[in-house]
Design a protein around this ligand. Structure first.
Ligand SMILES: [Zn+2]
Ligand SMILES: [Zn+2]
Length: 375
């Protein structure tokens, strides 16, 4: 007989989640069928949905949880308001949970939304019961955030703020467009449900579905489709290795609107000290994963020792060349800044840099060929 009793339910969360879901999926379509919705409803849905989600991804997540950059107080105030609008608890509480998640990822006893406890638990189940009652108010891992006046102000007035924004914005829009109920259903309920579940996907689906190019030591995955719905947070495998990087999708073609927003804010002078992981470490992590993947395939081959030795050689060469390339790149940037360096010394550096760059490109394509062969 199972005797372990489950922790008590958190009724307020259960009511919020199910009530908003009911309004969004049953009442909103019925209301629309009867009275119809205009362009304004959909436009404001997109605006408010984006505002809330970006406040979570750029604010709660990359700014406050990970200190991936520093932000002007106006931006922090906007994120604090958007976070309350997204109804995901205070930035302090959210960040504290999230830092524990990174520190103890997949540890069923410590990770508050451990993906190893299944989809339901990591998606929403963890918020429906008092699983961590004793540590609920423990914000000792966020002492830095306790110095941020906006964070503490939002934490103190979270409930009235969340209520005022969640009711005030749809009511105001309803008043302007003469459809209070319609706006409450679309910008209030439907927007909230979309906000909630797209964010929750990062804890559930982004730990289940996708590729693992940087590490297989935890369940986090990279997934371009999820990135589309989560404002770039779908590149979660990268994020769990390089958590302080202001980007989650590091390549220009990877869909990461949160990264673009932060970059835009930096241009506007609202964000600074954007943190980027050293490219050598990133490329090495990626090559190491490809190597370990290939080694598993090779282990089944009859001539495995020979192949294993040759792939290891290629990997070592790649790493040496990567290191040399990024070291030269750094020197080149420094030499450009320095007026002391003589012209011909700079030219020699450029020449060496171009040579290594070319060698590295060859070695990279060589490496890709080998790795693909054993994937
Ligand atoms: Zn995660
Ligand atoms: Zn994170």
């Amino acid at each position: 007989m199972e005797t372990i009793s489950k922790p008590p339910l958190i009724w307020i969360n259960i009511i919020i989640f199910s009530f908003s879901l009911g309004l969004a999926t049953i009442v909103a379509p019925l209301y629309g069928w009867q009275f119809g919705y205009g362009m304004a409803h959909w436009l404001w849905l997109v605006i408010c949905f984006s505002f809330c989600n970006l406040s979570i991804t750029a604010g709660y997540h990359r700014l406050w949880s990970h200190k991936a950059y520093e932000a002007h107080w106006t931006l922090r105030l906007l994120f604090a308001l958007g976070g309350a609008f997204a109804l995901q608890n205070s930035a302090l509480h959210w960040s504290s949970d999230h830092r524990v998640h990174h520190k103890h990822v997949d540890n069923n006893d410590k990770d508050p939304y451990s993906a190893k406890r299944g989809f339901w638990f990591s998606h929403i189940g963890w918020m429906l019961r008092h699983y961590n009652k004793t540590t609920y108010d423990d914000y000792s891992n966020c002492r830095d955030l306790q110095k941020d006046k906006i964070v503490m102000w939002q934490h103190k007035y979270y409930v009235p703020l969340a209520l005022a924004i969640n009711l005030g914005v749809p009511l105001l829009l309803g008043f302007i467009y003469h459809d209070i109920l319609g706006m409450l259903l679309i910008v209030g309920a439907l927007r909230l449900v979309l906000n909630h579940h797209t964010t929750f996907f990062i804890n559930s689906l982004a730990h289940i579905w996708g590729s693992q190019p940087y590490t297989d030591k935890n369940t986090a995955r990279d997934n371009g489709i999820l990135a589309f719905f989560t404002f770039g947070e779908g590149y979660h495998n990268y994020h769990h290795v390089f958590e302080n990087d202001y980007r989650n999708g590091i390549y220009w073609w990877q869909y990461d609107p949160t990264k673009w927003l932060i970059k835009l804010c930096a241009w506007l002078g609202l964000a600074h000290k954007l943190r980027v992981s050293p490219p050598f470490r990133v490329e090495k992590a990626k090559a190491l994963m490809a190597l370990s993947h290939a080694q598993k395939q090779i282990a089944a081959l009859p001539n495995q020792q020979l192949v294993m030795a040759s792939i290891q050689r290629e990997f070592d060469t790649l790493v040496i060349q990567l290191q040399e390339y990024y070291e030269l790149k750094k020197q080149l940037i420094e030499s450009k800044k320095s007026t002391m360096i003589r012209r011909y010394e700079h030219s020699l550096l450029v020449l060496r840099y171009l040579q290594v760059k070319h060698q590295l490109a060859l070695q990279k394509s060589n490496w890709q060929l080998i790795v693909r062969q054993y994937s």
